[in-house]
Design a protein around this ligand. Structure first.
Ligand code: AMP
Ligand code: ZN
Length: 116
C-alpha cells in the first residue's frame, strides 16, 4: 500500500468520510464533490491500484463491490429509478485517485453513455 494513498487513509479512518456501508472487505462513502444527488464511492479495503492492476485473485472483492452497489442503490432508494456504476481509468477519464473505486451515481436523469 502506498503511504500517500488517500483512499487507504479513508479506509483506515485517518481521513474522515461519510460512511454508507462498511463490510469486511469493502467500504463505501459519499463523494466529497457529488455529481448527482446520490454519489457514493465503493472501494476494496485492501489496496488495489486501479482496473489495470486487477488480477484473478481480486475476483471475490470485485463481486463484493458489485453486491455493495446493489445494496446501496436499494438503501438510497434508486434501485428502480436507475443509476450508473463507473470506473474511471486514466487521464481521458479524469481519474484522480489510484486506489480502485467504483462510482455509484444516481438520483437524477444521467443522460446517455458518454454524456458530460
Ligand atoms: P476519479 O476521478 O475516478 O479518480 O474519482 C475520484 C473521486 O474521489 C472524485 O469524484 C472526488 O470528488 C472524490 N474524492 C476526492 N477526495 C475525497 C474525499 N476526501 N472524500 C470523498 N471523496 C473524495
Ligand atoms: Zn490505497
Amino acid at each position: 500500500m502506498p503511504d500517500d494513498c488517500l483512499f487507504c487513509k479513508i479506509v483506515a479512518g485517518e481521513i474522515p468520510s461519510t460512511s454508507v456501508l462498511d463490510r469486511a472487505s469493502v467500504y463505501a462513502f459519499r463523494d466529497i464533490a457529488p455529481a448527482a444527488p446520490v454519489h457514493v464511492l465503493i472501494v476494496p479495503k485492501r489496496h488495489i491500484g486501479d482496473v489495470r492492476d486487477v488480477r484473478s485473485e481480486d475476483g471475490e472483492v470485485l463481486v463484493e463491490m458489485h453486491q455493495a452497489a446493489n445494496d446501496i442503490a436499494a438503501s438510497e432508494g434508486i434501485a428502480e429509478s436507475g443509476y450508473r456504476l463507473i470506473f474511471n481509468v486514466g487521464p481521458d477519464a479524469g481519474q484522480t485517485d489510484f486506489h480502485l473505486h467504483m462510482h455509484l451515481v444516481g438520483g437524477k436523469w444521467l443522460g446517455g453513455v458518454g454524456s458530460g
